[in-house]
Ligand binder design. Structure first.
Ligand code: GAR
Length: 192
């Protein structure tokens, strides 16, 4: 697979809507962007996000999650084939094994809708509201074997208003997700 001069080859794993993928695609198209999104893989072949990628003429693969090792082995082959330098998880709702992380051996980033280390796992906004937190937010972190626990690269917070509910908070947080994921990728590329 050819390398694009001055660009880092990126793959993105998604499971559904793909709004973060869309923000990464938009970022990659900017003049002087450091990244080229080469490949998008979804464990869900019907994921809406795959459509954005095809529209942007990016290679897409839906690999049904029959079991973890089948998905991971097929993905690893593609990551190698396309000479991927950084893997970005963007709304990818499966947990990658230590074996996969070791075999890929290059940086893997994830976006998580909370101010890590708070609220690892699911239902982050519900838990923040229930606990009457003053702030919520999003984090980009390195992926390690331990769920949502790798080094945080970038984080941004938003105020939780008394009038907020899960839906309104999700909307506010998603907006900052779209802002910080591209910045976090550039950050690790400039200063690995
Ligand atoms: C985003 O809010 C992302 O932070 C979250 O899923 C959503 C995907 O939206 N990811 C996780 O919860 C990972 N544990 P998108 O498909 O529109 O990017």
């Amino acid at each position: 697979m050819e390398k694009y001069p001055g660009k880092t080859n990126i793959a993105v794993f998604i499971s559904g809507r793909g709004s973060n993928l869309k923000s990464l695609i938009n970022h990659s198209k900017k003049k002087n962007s450091l990244i080229k999104i080469i490949l998008v893989i979804s464990n869900n072949p019907d994921a809406k996000g795959l459509k954005y990628a095809s529209k942007a003429r990016i290679k897409t693969y839906g690999i049904k999650f029959k079991n973890k090792s089948n998905f991971e082995n097929n993905s690893l082959k593609l990551l190698k084939k396309y000479d991927i330098d950084v893997l970005c998880l963007a709304g990818f709702m499966k947990i990658l094994s230590g074996n996969f992380i070791k075999k890929f051996s290059k940086p893997i980033l994830n976006i998580h809708p909370s101010l890590l280390p708070k609220y690892k796992g699911l239902n982050t906004h519900e838990r923040a509201i229930k606990n009457k937190d003053k702030f919520a937010g999003a984090s980009i972190h390195k992926v390690t074997e331990k769920l949502d626990s790798g080094k945080v690269i970038l984080q941004k917070k938003v105020k939780i208003l008394r009038s907020d509910n899960v839906k309104s908070l999700e909307k506010k947080v998603l907006k900052i997700e779209h802002e910080i994921y591209p910045k976090a990728i550039d950050k690790i590329l400039i200063n690995p």
